[in-house]
Design a binder for this molecule. Structure first.
Ligand code: PLP
Length: 427
């Protein structure tokens, strides 16, 4: 025993004497992987005002304040799967057949006919997006993919990690954040291998009309660029705004649709998402096989939630979805009204989702050099934090979440109003 101890110490001593520090180099892939929200937020000096409790209007996790809970049916579905003990083993890497059939049925409405063979289950919608970008774009071939500006930064993370170039197409604020179609088309070249579309949109809260979606898909068809449609906010739209899936439009464009349970069922931590291979023409036959290969890298999603999927999707009452929409819509109306009164800010009324985007007329706040400083000072003085537009590639805007309890949202609006009044036009 003593001998062994000595030996270990010897080895330690020798290693130290060599004085070569052993540092292992991470791969290029890993070094290229960046979280753009974290990079921006971590660089801010966020010190809240100790006199005021913090209100985070920044967190895109609807469960954080405890006011929004998943349905009892969803909870019970997972409990019985655990108790039955039948889903503790490996599932096929693309998911259990029953679970895929349930997703196919859930998505088959408004003339859409999804089959279980079109569904691949993944570890959350982010993982669906990763597979879709990876299957269509090649970092070694100078490929680029198009994504919306403003847009959810994970698309860029996923693309740049594998060496794929990102190009932005603009959204037009005055047109409810519709795609600038000419700009979209001008960004396409022979190396463009996908257009990422996010409808309804994070951070804009927009929900596109059928006509607008047709116009986008017409460009994709004419230029022969497949589409990755991030529809994680499917059906999370406010009264008067019908959600239209890209799958319902018979566009002949091959589309990979990404979705999941995270937002509409309020369980983002459960990590279940899906890909729908929407392929009217057979263009995706090889891609379909390649996606199945890619799913083998992670051996599929969480089996407990997969096992519960049929019950979750079939038994969750419509009233659960309606109540969630009511809460979000009421908060959106409150925020739109309150922000509309604040000097120097212009809120954009969302048509759905859990977010609202607000323009900051930076020229009216000359004390702040940019939106980052604006956000930082608002935290320092009012203990309210919103994500600066820089996180979504649109400086001069900020995004708030609509998932906080209404009284907190109201309180935050009041504090932001005071902050803006205090700094409006000052030198
Ligand atoms: C939240 C979100 C996702 C990620 O969903 P997960 O299932 O939690 O991975 C994907 N896209 C957008 C636009 C989102 O806001």
């Amino acid at each position: 025993m003593l001998d062994k101890k000595l030996k270990e110490q010897d080895i330690l001593y020798i290693t130290q004497r060599k004085s070569e520090i052993w540092r292992v180099e991470p791969s290029t892939t890993a070094k290229n992987c960046k979280n753009f929200i974290r990079e921006i937020v971590d660089n801010l000096d966020l010190k809240p005002n100790p006199e005021k409790p913090v209100i985070a209007l920044s967190l895109g996790d609807p469960t954080i304040y405890g006011n929004l809970k998943t349905s009892e049916e969803t909870v019970q579905a997972v409990i019985s799967v655990i108790e039955d003990g039948l889903c503790n083993g490996y599932a096929p890497s693309i998911g259990y057949e029953d679970a895929r059939a349930a997703v196919a049925e859930y998505l088959s409405h408004d003339g859409v006919d999804v089959r279980s063979r079109d569904i691949i289950l993944c570890s959350g919608c982010s993982s669906s997006l990763e597979h879709c970008i990876t299957v269509l774009a090649d970092g070694t071939k100078n490929h680029n993919i198009l994504m919306p500006r403003p847009g959810f930064p994970i698309y860029r993370t996923l693309a740049e990690t594998i060496g794929v170039t990102v190009r932005y197409y603009n959204l037009i604020p005055e047109n409810n954040w519709e795609v600038d179609l000419d700009h979209l088309e001008s960004q396409i070249d022979q190396n463009t291998t996908a257009i990422v579309l996010n409808n309804p949109s994070n951070p804009c809260g927009s929900n596109y009309s059928e006509e607008h979606l047709r116009n986008i898909l017409e460009i994709a068809y004419r230029r022969r660029v497949p589409v990755i449609a991030d529809e994680i906010y499917e059906q999370l739209t406010f009264p008067g705004n019908k959600f239209v899936s890209t799958a319902s439009l018979n566009s002949h464009v091959p589309i990979l649709i990404c979705g999941g349970l995270a937002k509409r069922f309020l369980v983002p931590g459960w990590r279940i998402g899906w890909i729908v291979v929407h392929d009217e023409t057979g263009a995706f036959e090889d891609v379909r096989k390649a996606l199945i290969c890619l799913s083998q890298r992670t051996i599929g999603g969480n089996t407990l939630v997969q096992g519960a999927l049929p019950c979750i999707l079939q038994n969750t009452p419509q009233s659960f979805h309606d109540e969630l929409i009511d809460i979000l819509h009421e908060n959106a109306q409150l925020a739109h009204e309150e922000f509309g009164k604040i000097k120097g800010l212009t809120p954009y009324m969302p048509q759905g989702t859990m977010y609202m985007i607000i323009e900051i007329q930076m020229e009216k706040f000359v004390v702040f050099k940019d939106g980052l400083e604006f956000a930082q000072k608002m935290m320092e003085e009012e203990s309210v934090f919103c994500l600066p537009g820089e996180c979504f590639a649109v400086p001069g805007f900020m995004r708030i979440v609509l998932t906080v309890p209404k009284d907190l949202l109201y309180e935050a609006c009041g504090r932001i109003a005071e902050f803006c009044n205090r700094h409006y036009g000052t030198m």
